[in-house]
Design a binder for this molecule. Structure first.
Ligand code: PGA
Length: 245
């Protein structure tokens, strides 16, 4: 894993945008894997700024998001469909039909999981997957204990994950209990992975990622087996951590 150390959240977002824009320019038909949450918001702002200022085009780009809450309507401001439209898609020139998220309101959840993985495969797989990391080491919504070979599946969210996301809702009771997430094997099939990590609340997870063993108890640890991972982490996320590079 290649680690890029940056000062703070703003620098992490700028660096991530730089890398991503370079990839889009080199391959205008790139398939991007995208994430939600607090971490990539700055990256998306930078992409919008660059699109507005420099005209980088996303007309041929295809995107696949990692996850969606089960049971939430796409027009609910807490849905990841809404988040992506609001944070990125509405502000760049990507055609709506090129943007894909798992459907959290499918008639048949099992079928939806299969459909999503097949869709990714049929469109050529993900070239670059953007990831965040949960305090418990989750990637996407793959919580500790998720088998590494898991395809896209339905998960019961851990209490700590619901607590972490409660800040976006009126109360913890409104945070959904289940989600549909790209599986760990689906994520690992991406040709390249860009993991963004910012803030003190992630330093324990970073310590485990960089110095712990590979274990299903800490889902992100599987990234050590991926041939092409870049981590952009800020000083707070890396505080007290020895970097062997
Ligand atoms: P965050 O979430 O970006 O809101 O910290 C990351 C994650 O849970 O994967």
């Amino acid at each position: 894993m290649n680690i890029i150390q940056v000062k703070d959240y703003a620098e992490m977002s700028k660096k991530a945008a730089e890398l991503l824009i370079k990839k889009v320019k080199a391959n205008p038909s790139i398939n991007l894997g995208l994430a939600t949450g607090g971490t990539p918001k700055g990256l998306y702002k930078e992409l919008i700024h660059d699109h507005t200022q420099n005209g980088t085009s996303y007309q041929k780009v295809t995107t696949f998001n990692l996850d969606e809450y089960i049971g939430m309507k796409a027009n609910n401001p807490n849905s990841y469909h809404y988040y992506m439209a609001d944070a990125l898609f509405n502000h760049i020139d990507i055609p709506a039909q090129h943007t894909h998220l798992p459907n959290g309101r499918a008639q048949n959840n099992e079928q939806e999981c299969i459909r999503y993985d097949q869709l990714i495969d049929s469109l050529g797989g993900i070239d670059l997957q953007v990831l965040g990391i949960g305090q418990n080491g989750h990637i996407g919504f793959n919580e500790p204990g998720t088998p590494f070979h898991s395809p896209t599946h339905i998960v019961k969210l851990e209490e700590s994950t619901r607590q972490a996301n409660a800040r976006y809702f009126n109360s913890i009771d409104e945070v959904p209990t289940h989600a549909i997430t790209m599986g760990i094997s689906s994520i690992m099939k991406s040709k390249e992975i860009l993991l963004l990590v910012s803030g003190e609340s992630k330093s324990e997870a970073m310590q485990k990622l960089l110095h712990g063993e590979i274990s299903e108890d800490f889902p992100a640890s599987i990234l050590k087996n991926h041939p092409c991972v870049t981590i952009i982490a800020d000083q707070k996320a890396l505080s007290g951590i020895l970097i062997n590079s």
